[in-house]
Design a protein around this ligand. Structure first.
Ligand code: GLN
Length: 486
């Protein structure tokens, strides 16, 4: 048989069900692939070989008994901000270098109960703060299409690993684009669900009103399978919503005849890479050919999204990260020198530059005297941004946009200019502020051979329609079939 790591989840799943391959074989091939490629790519912070082989054996027992399931026996990777019981979870930070998850996150548990096999924990920007994975305390993940380029971030490991066939699918988190932008940069599919669709229990918090877990995969179908497993109400997360979970994978083929597609004019900005704009415009024509009705729409408050997001996200982060004080868990420095010194030295040694910058920005925005001018104001603008979407969705079924203004940038290109880095989130963060679902699929390549991603945005809890639209586009095109050269 050809290299099984080439298969999509749905293809591998068929072979597993027919017992033409075992989960152990699939897992061994995946681990071999990781060993052969990860010394240069650095997608993983930890490779969990033993856990994987044990889970694969158990999956094989279930398969032999005749059980089936969307991810049963399939090797996946998990972003290292998501807890895994007994396995190190670092959030890409020194402060959690030796932190072992005391329990499984709900998403982890659901994946494992469904028989997925965890091959490792994936690299990310420290506490998911960043757009390039360069803020990881451990390694710089490389883009599999060009190793001089970043994979995007913060779920850069999750996207690079899927693109490089180091796992069949992965979990990422998306607070301000962190699933979708790396999916676009690495030429894979990725979906950020509606806020509340997926439990955040056991997910290391960055900005709690924005964080969502979602799938990355090589195909839309693969993302649908993973989403179906992880979505749904969880009593351990009061923001998770009690709505039925559709069978996303079975409903994919609905097509997009008659679908009303809005194209927001604010998402085609000056300075964006012309090839990105062209690829997205061609994708829109493709949707039209498939029967969609395309209209130009406006989301007038888009220009305020970046400042609004960076106020809210940093404010929430400064509060969430107060818990890393050397007392409860993680790193502890200067233990014998008094409480205050211990706090200070622990946090000074444990956090990286970008995390410190965000804590300071967020603390400032929340401080007495500035709260109304910054945090409160940002909350009000957030409402205006959400209303922009509500208005458009009164007349449109989905909104289609580019994912990022450029393709993957060079390693180091933006590290000295944080503002420039923040601006690269311009097309993704409004969707988090509005709390709505967004999905990315490959829609072309630039002249350097770097992938371009199309973003499909939907109404709250209409992941199904978003997936159907992305699927119709994917099935009509060949972009998702290209793979980075070894
Ligand atoms: N790049 C954004 C940030 O640094 C988004 C990160 C994310 O979605 N986790 O905040």
């Amino acid at each position: 048989m050809t290299d099984p790591t080439q298969l999509s989840i749905s293809e591998a799943s068929k072979l597993l069900l027919r017992r033409e391959i075992s989960s152990v074989e699939l897992t061994k091939a995946t681990l071999r692939r990781i060993r052969a490629t990860d010394e240069t790519l650095h997608s993983f912070i930890s490779v969990t070989e033993e856990v994987a082989l044990e889970q694969a054996q158990r999956a094989d027992v279930r398969l032999t008994r005749g059980e089936s399931g969307p991810v049963l026996g399939i090797p996946v990777g998990i972003k290292d901000v998501i807890l895994t019981k007994g396995v190190r979870t670092t959030a890409g930070s020194r402060i959690l270098e030796n932190f072992i998850g005391p329990y499984d996150a709900t998403v982890t548990r659901r994946l494992f109960d469904a028989g997925a096999v965890c091959v490792g924990k994936l690299n990310c920007d420290e506490f998911a703060m960043g757009s390039s994975t360069e803020n990881s305390a451990y390694a710089m993940t490389r883009n599999p299409w060009d190793q001089q380029r970043v994979p995007g971030g913060s779920s850069g490991g999750s996207a690079a690993a899927v693109a490089a066939r180091q796992c069949f699918g992965s979990l990422g988190t998306d607070t301000g684009g962190s699933i979708r932008q790396p999916a676009a940069f690495c030429g894979v599919a990725g979906l950020k669900p509606t806020y509340g669709r997926v439990s955040r229990y056991g997910v290391i918090a960055y900005a709690s009103s924005l964080d969502q877990v979602g799938p990355l995969g090589r195909t839309v179908d693969d993302c649908a399978r993973i989403l179906g497993v992880i979505a749904g109400h969880d009593g351990n997360d009061s923001t998770s919503v009690d709505l039925p979970v559709p069978n996303y994978a079975d409903g994919l083929g609905a097509g997009c005849r008659g679908l009303r597609v809005g194209i927001p004019k604010e998402y085609f900005v000056e300075g964006m890479q012309p090839e990105v704009e062209q690829a997205v415009r061609e994708a829109v024509m493709q949707l039209e050919k498939l029967g969609a009705k395309v209209s130009n729409v406006s989301l007038p408050h888009t220009e305020y999204a970046v400042p609004t997001y960076y106020l809210i996200a940093t404010a929430e982060a400064s509060s969430n990260l107060a818990r890393y004080d050397g007392v409860k868990y993680g790193l502890r420095e200067a233990e014998s020198e008094g409480l205050l010194t211990m706090y200070q030295r622990t946090r000074a040694a444990g956090f990286g530059t970008e995390v410190k910058r965000r804590i300071m920005l967020g603390t400032y925005a929340l401080s007495a005297g500035y709260y109304d001018a910054y945090y409160l104001k940002a909350q009000k603008v957030r409402t205006l941004i959400r209303r922009d979407f509500e208005k458009v969705f009164a007349e449109q079924d989905v909104i289609v946009t580019p994912t990022a203004p450029t393709t993957a940038f060079r390693v180091g290109a933006m590290m000295s200019d944080p503002l420039q880095m923040y601006l690269s989130d311009i097309f993704t963060i409004s969707i988090n502020l509005a709390g709505i679902p967004g999905m990315v699929v490959p829609c072309g390549f630039d002249t350097s051979g770097l992938p371009i991603g199309l973003q499909v945005v939907g109404r709250p809890f209409e992941e199904e329609r978003v997936l159907q639209t992305a699927y119709a586009y994917e099935q009509a095109t060949e972009w998702h079939k290209r793979q980075p050269a070894d």
